[in-house]
Design a protein around this ligand. Structure first.
Ligand SMILES: Nc1ncnc2c1ncn2[C@@H]1O[C@H](COP(=O)(O)OP(=O)(O)O)[C@@H](O)[C@H]1O
Ligand SMILES: [Mg+2]
Length: 496
């Protein structure tokens, strides 16, 4: 809710607790055990951002965020608004939403191309080994150098077939690729298909700037109920999205309010089992995206689900109740408490264990960017509907979207088959030409040319070996770099 131009998050007695719009790009965390009110708090924040004209993105894991589209109707909430918060003119309200769905079922299809996803993220999705992901990297380079589009899984399959059949031609320039690695990658495409990659990889590609339309600010809800069954795809997709946004947005100075805000529910899925290089990338993006006016809010059960380097950058914190039955949970509560600037009126650690539903410890940055003293507050009531939507309601929202026409149907403008056919044809031509030439030469001067030829072949072979060795060293260095978490340059580097 907005009060005095600030986001009114909750109230501690008579004291209103605010999130300052100018500090909202300093990221945040909503934590708490199951059922303590995290999703409702998320909705309250999302509603407030929309009220000040800031478009947002929310990943909806359980389908309980979608209710933002409709106005609320709970008499209990209306009563709470009046009695606890003294809001006499409390009004329920539905918000403009746009549903997105990787599988295209409950939202506009989200698509990207294989080449845009890039080799490192794709390797993760396909569960490739280091050696295989190096080969995939080479495949991407070959495609790029030969102007072959990699949009769909089929495009990639066809390209790998072409490279496998002609791999000796590429060895000199790109290094060796074993038939075994190429075969494994080809087979791993099935993994991508099982993940739903057929729907996800292709055109029209999502233009992420469509989410940032500030003439018509919307809540972009990624329907993630099915997606969440596959944490790797969920995590990789979100990472791709962040990187994309990071690449596209210009640097901004200090803004009065963020340009865009992300909410990642069940954020632990982003981090569980993520390779070190990808973690490093999340850390980097979180750190740098702030200056582009983008705020990121993670929602998770416990702060300990989030890696320290990311956690340390989440400045606006809302901590709902935690339970502490096991030693690990007790430790997590202690850590959560220590993250706050203590309030002399209560013991933070005890309060975390004592909080009721819809109640939280809140500390946001103040106007000067300092963490405020922690407050024990009740979260203001949400104005939108708390329940889920029916299938018909999803459909209606999707169809009425101004982006419906743009994204509804798949298109295919890839040049892949055409380019590969052309390359194969010119190769066939060349080899028949050189066959003719060599048969001509043999018939004209036998002894001299054969000695010349053998020496030039030798030197070419030497050159090739040198290059291949260089490439192998390069690959090894890339692997080491990646292990050390230094593979960032290549992770950020995108084709196009
Ligand atoms: N701020 C609040 N005001 C009123 N009711 C709330 C509030 N927060 C939570 N609740 C109630 O608690 C239920 C569970 O909250 P939810 O946000 O879904 O928990 P979590 O996401 O932490 O599992 C909600 O459906 C709602 O009935
Ligand atoms: Mg929830």
């Amino acid at each position: 809710m907005i009060s005095d131009g600030k986001i009114w998050v909750g109230s501690a007695g008579d004291k209103k607790v605010y999130l300052y719009p100018e500090m909202a790009n300093r990221h945040g965390l909503i934590a708490g055990a199951s059922g303590t009110g995290k999703t409702v708090t998320l909705k309250v924040l999302v509603e407030s951002f929309l009220d000040i004209g800031v478009p947002v993105f929310v990943a909806d894991i359980k389908g309980d965020v979608a209710g933002l589209a409709n106005e609320g109707d709970s008499a209990k909430i209306a009563k709470r608004a009046k009695e606890r918060f003294g809001i006499d003119d409390f009004e329920f309200k539905g918000y403009p939403v746009c549903f997105w769905d990787i599988y295209g079922k409950k939202g506009l299809p989200v698509r990207t191309t294989i080449q845009d996803m890039g080799a490192p993220l794709l390797s993760r999705l396909m569960e490739l080994s280091d050696v295989q992901s190096d080969v995939l990297n080479i495949i991407f380079h070959i495609a790029e150098d030969n102007d072959i589009d990699l949009y769909t899984i089929d495009n990639l399959r066809e390209t790998i077939r072409f490279i496998t059949e002609n791999k000796d031609d590429f060895t000199a320039k790109y290094g060796t690729m074993s038939a075994q690695s190429l075969g494994s990658i080809q087979r791993s495409l099935l993994v991508l298909e099982d993940l739903g990659g057929e729907a996800f990889f292709g055109e029209p590609e999502l233009d992420i700037m469509d989410w940032m339309d500030d003439d018509e600010p919307r809540i972009n809800i990624l329907h993630s109920v099915e997606l969440a069954h596959n944490p790797t795809l969920y995590g990789t997709f979100l990472l791709w999205m962040l990187t994309k946004l990071f690449e596209k947005l210009p640097e901004e100075g200090d803004l009065e309010k963020p340009k865009f805000v992300f909410f990642f529910d069940e954020a632990h899925m982003l981090f569980t089992d993520a390779p070190k290089a990808l973690l490093t990338k999340v850390e980097q993006v979180v750190k740098l995206i702030r200056s582009k006016g983008v705020g990121i809010y993670f929602i998770s059960q416990s702060p300990s689900d989030i890696p320290d380097k990311v956690l340390s950058q989440l400045s606006n914190r809302i901590q709902h109740g935690l339970r502490a039955y096991t030693p690990a949970e007790q430790k997590a509560v202690k850590a959560a408490a220590q993250a706050f600037r203590a309030n002399p009126e209560f013991k933070t650690e005890e309060a975390i264990l004592d909080l009721g539903v819809g109640e939280a410890l809140i500390s946001c940055l103040d106007e000067d960017g300092r963490p405020s003293i922690v407050q024990r507050a009740f979260i203001v009531p949400p104005r939108s509907y708390l329940g889920a939507l029916s299938d018909a309601e999803y459909k209606e929202v999707v169809k009425s979207s101004s982006l419906y026409k743009k994204y509804r149907d798949t298109s295919d403008n890839s040049n892949t088959d055409e380019r590969i056919a052309k390359l194969e044809k010119s190769k066939a031509k060349e080899s028949s030409k050189s066959e003719k030439e060599s048969s001509k030469k043999t018939s004209s001067s036998k002894s001299t040319s054969s000695s010349k030829k053998s020496s030039s072949t030798k030197s070419a072979a030497k050159k090739t070996a040198g290059k291949a060795a260089g490439r192998a060293v390069g690959n090894a260095a890339a692997v080491i770099g990646r292990e050390a978490g230094k593979g960032l340059v290549s992770l950020f580097k995108k084709r196009k």
